[in-house]
Design a protein. Structure first.
Length: 445
């Protein structure tokens, strides 16, 4: 997507307008297929290898694919967001292996503005053969009929993919595309800072609040975290609350559990032990942590590559997020390989996707980066090479998907505005709940 996700977020505008334009354009072109344009629904953090800060990558190991068939001479365009040459080159290497084994000619064409590029291609009836779809964009595309569902038998052992990730790309009971990898949120901390303050790694809300207070000094905040739903939302899960019900047909934010979670977070900012990255002159929480302006942060595994590149001497470790009154909770951020309903060569597109997402392909892709394979069967092998990231992988067992309903970006925007107003002292938790519920009911009513 190429949207500065390592700095935390991006904003969605005019989703329904784009969808209308796309559908009208496709009908006018008499192609007979539904169409849509996709935007990023709400502010979201980096999610996958295609969008997180690039890491130093070696040559990807060889992989084998199943069901490639007779693809000699078939031309395939693959579109995805670009986050740096290292990851672009790694995907190109995998595509070259596919080409060598099948005789196809699959080419990766990274897009600096994936949203606009895909909108235009779908509206013009000329989509790429395979393209990245963020889990939060899936409902808009699926609702407009722009995505092809996964054909029966197209994927090897589909049940091997984490259930939470299959759910992330399921809309109205239909599974549309397999994830290429995933990321979760964990508690990233500076071991030296915790040791100096005599603080143990927190495992509960109470311990988190106490640790953040003890770690806060004149030059260091206890924890830096973006003021946005993709961060605050995990506290809702940990309190037994959620923004919506599972099928996103009802806004469920107006509950005692949600109030408890949101007030807990608000109180930490009010005390000064939690800060926004901008409060300490940092572009995002990873930068604040790398600069030593915060001893802890709640971020995803994309922070690892960023720290390795930008702050190579920075000591860090990661733990699972502290549990709340109802237990554990985190987000699963993920991107899939999608195929348009109007794809010119769907059989070849799905053959390529199978090659990239089967167990061998998943391990080959993620071996070069600090994102995790979406298949449970290769988690242990991956962790043998990335033992320090185990907390991120464990989070997959209780992660909530990042995705809602068509047009939901405005609701997330309202939540974020109100959350920032709380931190600024201009709103209350009740204001946030009231405004967000109202916005949400407008979208899903």
């Amino acid at each position: 997507m190429g949207n500065d996700q390592q700095k935390g977020s991006y904003i969605v505008r005019n989703v329904r307008w784009w969808i209308l334009i796309a559908v009208i354009a496709l009908v006018a072109a008499a192609c007979g297929d539904g169409g849509a344009a996709t935007t990023s629904a709400g502010e979201t953090p980096a999610t996958t290898a295609g969008e997180a800060p690039a890491t130093t990558a070696g040559e990807a190991p060889a992989t084998t694919g199943a069901g490639t068939g007779d693809l000699a001479g078939v031309e395939l365009k693959v579109w995805g967001g670009s986050s740096g040459t290292a990851e672009d080159e790694a995907l190109t290497e995998l595509l070259n292996q596919f080409n060598s084994e099948t005789g196809a000619n699959a080419v990766f064409e990274p897009q600096q503005d994936m949203t606009t590029a895909l909108n235009t291609a779908l509206a013009g009836g000329d989509p790429p053969d395979v393209f990245y779809v963020d889990s939060n964009n899936l409902p808009d595309l699926a609702d407009a009929g722009a995505l092809a569902p996964i054909p029966e038998g197209a994927l090897t052992e589909p049940d091997d993919i984490y259930p939470s990730l299959r759910e992330a790309f399921t809309y109205d009971g239909t599974w549309y595309c397999p994830p290429k990898d995933f990321s979760t949120l964990g508690l990233v901390y500076d071991p030296a800072a915790l040791e100096a303050a005599g603080v143990a790694v927190p495992t509960t809300w109470e311990e988190l609040a106490a640790a953040a207070e003890a770690l806060t000094t004149d030059t260091q905040a206890g924890l830096a975290m973006g003021v946005e739903y993709p961060r605050w939302g995990v506290f809702l899960f940990q309190a037994g609350a959620d923004l919506t019900n599972p099928d996103v047909s009802e806004i469920t934010l107006d509950t005692p559990e949600a109030r408890e979670a949101l007030q807990f977070v608000a109180d930490q900012y009010a005390s000064g032990s939690f800060v926004r990255p901008s409060d300490v002159d940092a572009g995002w929480a990873g930068e604040a942590f790398g600069q030593g302006k915060a001893a802890m942060t709640i971020e995803g595994n994309w922070i690892v590559g960023y720290l390795d590149q930008t702050f190579p001497d920075k000591e860090w470790a990661v733990a699972e997020l502290p549990a709340g009154p109802a237990g554990e909770g985190t987000f699963a951020f993920t991107v899939c390989y999608g195929v348009a309903e109007s794809a010119p060569n769907p059989d070849a597109s799905w053959a390529l996707i199978e090659y990239l997402t089967n167990s061998e392909g998943a391990l080959a892709w993620t071996s070069a980066f600090n994102v995790m394979p979406a298949r449970e069967s290769v988690a242990e092998t991956w962790l043998n090479d990335h033992p320090e990231l185990e907390a991120f992988v464990t989070g997959a067992d209780y992660a909530h998907r990042w995705g809602f309903a068509p047009g939901f970006g405005d609701v997330i925007g309202v939540f974020n505005e109100q959350a920032n107003a709380i931190v600024d002292g201009d709103a209350t938790v009740d204001d946030l709940i009231s405004e967000t519920v109202s916005a949400g009911e407008d979208v899903i009513s």
